[in-house]
Design a protein. Structure first.
Lengths: 191, 105
């Protein structure tokens, strides 16, 4: 973590909650949690991320977690790739198809609507914009306009989070700690 | 997901105009990735366009220029939220154009 305040600058209440998380999870608090608890009245990205990832949508939780991992890979964010690969894999009960999607989206064993959506999100993330033809390609794959909006909300949340994780230099925790985080994200979400 | 637009508006309003330690003009410039002098310009430009390239030295240079850790925290958040908003707005406009809907926002 590049800023000391994100490690030790929390208010007493936040410090107490993080101490409880350490005790009950049996793992060190991951850097994403330290960020979430630092001045939530300023940044406080939790509610937006929670709505994008857990709000009502025709996309499943596992599909949205895969989108989050895919966007994070396009942003070259190792922490978020690990966190959301673990969460998506846990939801699907299968590690291989998340890994296959991140390796080669064109060949991955996923449905065409999801594949077309991931391609568009990847382009948006890497090139900072998409055009009408990019969106038409997703609509042509039988993705509804509302599903596209929902996927764009996931990309919005992770295009913020990935930048913060990289700029503040989040440390990828042990696989056990990342899996504990994934269980928490499936149970409670992001609030 | 009707709430997304509102939650996004509130987030942008907080980071630009909420209680903070960096001047609102500086936060706005970081959000826009425009009109900044060195060394803040380099840090903000990296956060916006390739955050994985941010280094300890980039942050140290901004600290040496007199910014506090809270001010650095705020401008990094503004840079991240600003770039993500530009991407999001571009994609919503493309969606509106593809479906012939009026563009919200």
């Amino acid at each position: 973590m590049r800023l000391e305040i994100l490690v030790r600058g929390h208010r007493v209440h936040a410090k107490a909650i993080m101490a409880l998380i350490r005790v009950f999870s049996g793992h060190p608090v991951v850097d994403a949690v330290k960020l979430a608890f630092y001045r939530p009245g300023f940044y406080g990205g939790g509610p937006l991320t929670h709505e994008a990832m857990r709000g009502q949508s025709d996309w499943s939780v596992g599909e949205r977690e895969l989108m989050a991992a895919y966007v994070s890979k396009a942003n070259e964010c190792p922490f978020c790739v690990a966190a959301h690969s673990a969460t998506s894999s846990m939801w699907y009960g299968d590690q291989t198809h998340v890994a296959a999607t991140l390796t080669d989206v064109d060949a991955a064993p996923i449905d065409e609507p999801l594949r077309a959506t991931l391609r568009m999100l990847g382009k948006l993330t890497e090139h900072n914009s998409v055009d009408t033809d990019d969106i038409r390609a997703v609509l042509d794959a039988s993705v509804s306009p509302q599903q596209i909006k929902d996927a764009l909300a996931v990309a919005l949340a992770f295009n913020i989070t990935d930048r913060l994780a990289n700029a503040f230099d989040f440390t990828v925790a042990s696989p056990d700690a990342m899996n504990a985080g994934a269980r928490h994200l499936l149970k409670r979400g992001y609030r | 997901m009707v709430e997304i637009a509102q939650l996004h508006r509130e987030l942008v309003a907080r980071v630009l105009n909420g209680k903070g330690t960096a001047a609102p003009g500086l936060r706005r410039a970081a959000f826009d990735n425009a009109g900044l002098g060195e060394p803040i310009r380099t840090l903000v430009e990296k956060v916006a366009n390739h955050a994985y390239r941010v280094t300890d030295d980039d942050v140290a240079a901004v600290r040496a220029a007199g910014l506090s850790e809270d001010q650095i925290f705020e401008i990094v958040v503004c840079a991240a939220v600003g770039q993500a908003e530009r991407q999001y707005t571009s994609a919503l406009a493309a969606l509106a154009s593809a479906t012939g809907e009026a563009h919200e926002r």
